[in-house]
Design a protein around this ligand. Structure first.
Ligand SMILES: NC(=O)C1=CN([C@@H]2O[C@H](COP(=O)(O)OP(=O)(O)OC[C@H]3O[C@@H](n4cnc5c(N)ncnc54)[C@H](O)[C@@H]3O)[C@@H](O)[C@H]2O)C=CC1
Ligand SMILES: CC(C)CC(=O)C(=O)O
Ligand SMILES: [Mg+2]
Length: 372
């Protein structure tokens, strides 16, 4: 298959982890005889440095002309430490999500058996934990009107949702739940927020078309607690933009590190794949960032374009690295493996696994840590 991939490494550790994902995609090309055409472009702080714009028009064009986008991370302390900055790296990412119509962000969490002891929670609480978060990505408070009074003492951010915005992601989450363990939990704050009450109404109505899926509701404060008390109760979580952002970082520690969590953003036709973490500026240039979230994002990309066996092979190679403890310091502070070495190991394993294992429908499905 010939496939056009837009590559936006971004800032901080973004380029380092994306490099490993590209290495793994090259290994897939070699093993399966595909041809991937990468076009690299700037986004985030690096794009501001070059053009003054965190999402230059040329970058947006590259993304629109490619079948899929592989994104690293954006963000830089020089903007984080300057609250008065008018142009910020994060605006580029938000605009990109909006422009590409990526209204659904899928963030799967799976606890690897060999990492159970890395979780800050007790092993029996987390062993076997496997759920997926469906986070709305192009609406809500991140996109609402912002105001700041002339004297700078009063600010506001508007949170707005329409039935249409809620309905389209709700259908995707119900379909995912139907294909998984048939449970959907809507996380909201319907005891306080009007937007949350609209979410409940729309999701309840849509739920009638999915009678096999058990729907329940949790207020977000309780959900944050339940995530730690009993994470195995979850199957598919559906939530709005900001709650999903927060809950998914919290969920990531269950599995041992945020450096393991990948995501797929889909919607009107375009699709983008990125780790859930940020640019981890303190880790940049030190060869310590975990590349697995980026590599698993690449595996979600392969699934998305119909290359299921290739995606399963990447996941199997990641499983092998984790089982053999070929992991970065976030998972093994006493180990000897950096970002590069983990990327090399997984890339070599992809070729090796392809030579020795033939995936059928059953074992492809068994590695279902990705799209649903
Ligand atoms: N999608 C994106 O591009 C995102 C960008 N950001 C931006 O990133 C910058 C830093 O934000 P933070 O709040 O510090 O979040 P962050 O996700 O970059 O880092 C938080 C902590 O998570 C750990 N971590 C993150 N990625 C890791 C990896 N691959 N391997 C090992 N450990 C990892 C580190 O301990 C780090 O201190 C900010 O400018 C922020 O706006 C934040 C979140 C998402
Ligand atoms: C930096 C934000 C725009 C995004 C974020 O934190 C995320 O998508 O997880
Ligand atoms: Mg986030």
């Amino acid at each position: 298959m010939e496939l056009k991939i837009a590559l936006l490494p971004g800032d901080g550790i973004g380029p380092e982890v994306t490099e490993q994902a590209v290495k793994c995609l090259h290994a897939v090309e070699e093993a399966f005889n595909h041809h991937f055409v990468f076009t690299e472009a700037h986004a985030g702080a690096i794009a501001i440095d070059h053009t003054g714009d965190p999402l230059p028009e040329a970058t947006l064009q590259v993304c629109k002309e490619s079948k899929v986008v592989l994104f690293g991370a954006i963000g830089d302390p020089k903007y984080d430490n300057d609250p008065s900055a008018k142009v910020r790296p994060e605006q580029g990412l938000l605009k990109l999500r909006k422009e590409l119509g990526l209204f659904t962000n899928i963030r799967p969490l799976k606890v690897y058996p060999s990492l159970v002891d890395r979780s800050p929670l007790r092993p029996e609480k987390v062993a076997g934990c496997d759920f997926t978060i469906y986070r709305e990505l192009t609406g809500g408070i991140y996109f609402g009107k912002k105001t700041l009074s002339d004297d700078g003492t009063v600010a506001s951010d508007l949170c707005e949702y329409s039935e249409k915005e809620i309905g389209r992601i709700a259908h995707m989450a119900f379909k995912a739940a139907k294909a998984r363990n048939k449970k959907l939990t809507l996380i909201d704050k319907a005891n306080v927020l009007e937007t949350s009450r609209l979410w409940r109404k729309v999701v309840t109505r849509i739920g009638e078309s999915y009678p096999e899926v058990a729907l329940d509701f949790l207020f977000v404060d309780n959900a944050a607690m339940q995530m730690i008390l009993n994470p195995k109760q979850f199957d598919v979580i559906l939530t709005e933009n900001m709650f999903g952002d927060i809950i998914s970082d919290e969920a990531s520690v269950i599995g041992g590190s945020i450096g393991l969590l990948a995501s797929a953003s889909v919607g009107d036709g375009h699709a983008m794949f990125e780790p859930i973490h940020g640019s981890f500026p303190e880790g940049a240039g030190k060869n310590i960032a975990n590349p697995i979230a980026s590599i698993l994002s690449a595996s979600m990309l392969l699934d998305h374009v119909g290359l299921a066996e290739e995606a399963a092979t990447v996941r199997a190679a990641v499983d092998k690295a984790i089982e053999k403890n070929v992991v970065t310091p976030d998972l093994n502070p006493d180990g000897n493996y950096g970002t590069d070495q983990v990327g090399d190991f997984i890339a070599h394993s992809i070729v090796d696994i392809h030579e020795h294992i033939s995936f059928n429908d059953e074992n492809i499905e068994a590695g279902k840590s990705t799209i649903i």
